[in-house]
Design a protein around this ligand. Structure first.
Ligand SMILES: [Zn+2]
Length: 264
């Protein structure tokens, strides 16, 4: 059994554990085709996990029906789905080495982390911190409250409550043609309360995106930090061999997932 970094809330149940099997050839090729044709990692994770999850368990309940499993994965926090997918892919691949190129934030020197015949500078998934929580989301009290105008008058935005963005939230946000605002759309989809009051689909359409467009950058950054606080922690310290600066490099679990699935 593998414990989810954060639970999937579906219906009246909180699903916290899964049992996974190895992916079939069909699951592999379907997942790779989604990644290569559309770059849509949300749908790729949904399809992949539906293919490899044998059962998903809540307190006293084990779901093994494929259609129900897919419904629960839609409600799974993205960071939980990312963790399960990456873990499964690394087991399949037989290695958890993560290659990457990281640019020094001061001198722009590129550090290449790779495995060659005589050296190995890759990072390992098993060395990364995985954060677990019993929370289902987070609340951000804004440092810089602001007023937006909606069709129903002015609204002061002071604090916002979010659920951890689910696969479904991400897929819905990704339907929009405007990919430049994808992260804001994901925040809008996962917003559950504004100033303590419930947010519904209509509210989201009316002012969801406007809130994040108008918000102060430091409040946006705080939402991002909270959002990434569960699951695989992707920030690593790197030491620049050219100028000596120690900087934060961000590893990309989706790249790792895509390359680990390529079985030659
Ligand atoms: Zn440097």
């Amino acid at each position: 059994m593998i414990k989810l970094p954060a639970k999937a809330i579906s219906g009246d149940h909180a699903y916290s554990e899964v049992m996974m099997r190895r992916p079939s050839g069909g699951v592999l090729s379907d997942t790779l085709s989604v990644i290569e044709k559309t770059g849509d990692q949300y749908t790729a994770f949904l399809n992949y996990l539906t293919g490899v999850c044998e059962s998903i368990n809540a307190e006293e309940r084990a779901v093994t029906d494929k259609i129900q499993i897919k419904q629960i994965i839609r409600k799974m926090p993205y960071k939980s789905a990312e963790y399960l997918s990456v873990l499964s892919a690394s087991e399949l691949h037989g290695s958890d080495k993560i290659e990457g190129i990281y640019k020094c934030t001061r001198c722009k020197h590129a550090i290449v982390c790779e495995e060659t015949e005589d050296s190995d500078t890759t990072d390992r998934l098993s060395d990364l911190t995985i954060n677990q929580t019993d929370e289902t989301g987070f609340r951000v009290e804004l440092k810089y409250p602001f007023v937006i105008r909606t069709t129903e008058g002015e609204l002061e935005i002071k604090d916002i409550e979010f659920q951890f963005p689910t696969i479904e939230n991400c897929i819905t946000a990704n339907l929009s043609a405007d990919k430049s605002k994808l992260q804001f759309r994901i925040y809008s989809e996962s917003m559950v309360k504004v100033n303590g009051g419930d947010v519904d689909k209509k509210d989201r359409a009316r002012y969801g995106l406007a809130i994040f467009n108008a918000m102060d950058a430091s409040d946006i950054a705080e939402i991002g930090r909270q959002n990434r606080s569960i699951g695989i922690q992707t920030t690593l310290k790197k030491n620049c061999p050219s100028c000596g600066k120690v900087f934060d490099a961000i590893i990309n679990p989706v790249n790792f997932f895509g390359s680990a699935l390529r079985i030659d």
